[in-house]
Design a protein around this ligand. Structure first.
Ligand code: ADP
Ligand code: MG
Length: 257
């Protein structure tokens, strides 16, 4: 599975979801986590900070002759390697867009690695810009994330429309596996209302809700996703259950064939 985690909004829990899913998928098969966000938060979730474009995704996108393996950090968690981003990815994206090569750049960069990994998880910036499109073009499946903020639910609808549009353009064949609710607070009426409204749409919804937990921000400080630092906590168990749902959705859509 090549899974892009996308939303049209930031701060909805994408990076936390991508990091924890990547760790969980590492237990199912060799997994590569790719940070496609110039804010480089996915690498930071594991304590990885690239020095510049040369040891990050940015350099690989700019120079197709480079071996992507040179920028990959190995065995960051059991079964998991990480390809970090760097803020220079923003400028690299602008330059590639001007040359017409951005949309296919991540797919091209990752192509030699596909046979080496069972799963690739791509974290994206909180927008539907061309870098996000490049990540989606490298993926065969998409997970979107929303919270109790109605705007984030609207963002999921925008991701769905974005995928339909780029499927029609034949830029990507990636399918929306579903939307996951994060920062879930069952006591909050807004959270229940937004989840209920999402249930009334035709967007597939994961039943696992990732609860709001202080463990998630503190795991960023300790540079280890919560499924590693507190594997039996409620929030870690939710990430593991979500991973199982994501794999089941991938199989039920026939994408594993
Ligand atoms: N389940 C959660 N409970 C509490 N805080 C969370 C949870 N998930 C994410 N956060 C926090 O919310 C903020 C945004 O999360 P992040 O994963 O970076 O979102 P995004 O990648 O969509 O911007 C971060 O400070 C993160 O630690
Ligand atoms: Mg993020």
């Amino acid at each position: 599975m090549r899974l892009a985690v996308c939303s049209s909004k930031g701060g909805v829990g994408k990076t936390s979801t991508a990091a924890n899913l990547a760790v969980a998928l590492g237990a199912h098969g060799r997994t590569l986590a790719v940070d496609a966000d110039p804010q480089d938060s996915l690498g930071r979730a594991f304590g990885i900070i690239a020095k510049g474009r040369e040891d990050s995704l940015a350099g690989l996108l700019e120079d197709p002759s480079l071996d992507p393996r040179g920028a990959i950090r190995r065995d960051i968690a059991p079964g998991l390697d990480v390809l970090p981003a760097h803020p220079s990815l923003e400028g690299a994206g602008v330059a590639l867009a001007a040359q017409g090569g951005l949309i296919t750049s991540i797919r091209r960069t990752l192509r030699p690695l596909i046979a080496e990994y069972d799963h690739i998880v791509l974290d994206t910036h909180g927008d539907l810009g061309n870098l996000t499109l490049a990540a989606v073009c490298a993926a065969d499946a998409v997970l979107s994330v929303f919270t109790s903020d109605p705007g984030s639910a609207l963002g999921v609808a925008r991701v769905s429309a974005f995928l339909h549009q780029h499927l029609a353009f034949e830029n990507t064949s990636a399918r929306l596996l579903g939307a996951a609710c994060s920062l879930w607070d069952p006591q909050a009426k807004a959270a229940r209302d937004v989840f209920g409204a999402m249930e009334g749409t035709d967007i597939p919804l994961f039943q696992t809700r990732i609860p709001m937990s202080r463990r998630v921000p503190s795991s960023t400080l300790s540079k280890r996703p919560v499924v590693l630092t507190a594997p039996s906590s409620t929030v870690a168990l939710a990430y593991l259950a979500l991973t199982d749902e994501v794999l089941a959705a991938y199989t039920s859509k026939g994408l594993d064939r």
